[in-house]
Write a protein that binds this ligand. Structure first.
Ligand code: HEM
Ligand code: HEM
Length: 163
């Protein structure tokens, strides 16, 4: 049984889902620390020490996810684009990832504090939605996949018919 070139191998999928979970969870825990776990000290409100740790993990997971995105472009996205039914959900997942990469870059390099706060909000708001976009895409792909992958009789004909 041959797999379509757009289909992802089990390890590819595991690493993709794992790093998406890690990037999401580390970002979400950072938000929890920042908004709900600040502690009052002599120097005013302070973030718990874990907040820096979440960001360290987040940065590493983000790099992993960008590498994986690169691995999806040559076959999955390029060949998958021909499947019109997967374009909206796949395109949306791709667009959100690119947006996260751009705003993530902004978080490093934007110096103006007012603008940085806006970039931060846009980044994590889109980020919180990322798993939902990917889940929708995977679900739609599963639904539209042919029920059986057994070759049809015509597919079994030899390439050349020797006379
Ligand atoms: C324009 C962008 C994209 C297009 C056109 C596209 C197209 C497709 C197609 C055609 C399938 C069905 C594959 C098959 O059954 O052979 C699929 C499944 C899938 N896509 Fe995409 N995709 C895009 C972006 C993405 C992105 C950005 C991700 C990850 C973040 C992703 C993750 C997946 C996964 C995990 C599956 C399920 C694969 C499987 O079960 O083997 N796709 N996509
Ligand atoms: C492609 C995926 C992603 C990339 C490339 C990315 C990249 C980055 C980068 C570079 C930073 C700055 C780190 C620093 O200041 O040391 C950051 C911060 C952050 N990210 Fe992400 N991220 C991604 C996905 C997500 C997701 C899914 C969430 C979901 C909650 C998220 C939430 C956050 C938060 C809350 C911050 C801290 C914002 C701040 O410092 O004001 N990110 N991200």
């Amino acid at each position: 049984m041959t797999r379509p070139k757009t289909a992802l191998g089990p390890w590819h999928k595991r690493v993709l889902y794992g790093s998406t979970a890690l990037v999401w969870l580390s970002g979400a825990l950072w938000l929890v620390d920042k908004h709900f776990r600040q502690v009052q000290t002599d120097f005013g409100l302070q973030a718990p020490p874990t907040q820096a740790l979440w960001l360290d993990i987040h940065g590493a997971a983000a790099m992993l996810i960008l590498g994986l995105l690169g691995s999806l472009l040559p076959e999955h996205v390029r060949l998958g684009w021909k499947r019109r039914d997967q374009r909206p959900s796949g395109g949306l997942s791709l667009a959100v990832l690119v947006f996260l990469a751009l705003t993530g870059w902004g978080l490093y390099y934007v110096g103006d504090q007012g603008l940085r706060a806006k970039v931060s909000l846009a980044h994590w708001a889109a980020g919180l939605g990322l798993p939902a976009f990917i889940a929708l895409h995977v679900r739609l792909a599963g639904r539209s996949r042919p029920k059986t992958s057994r070759p049809r009789p015509l597919d079994r004909l030899p390439d050349k018919i020797v006379k």
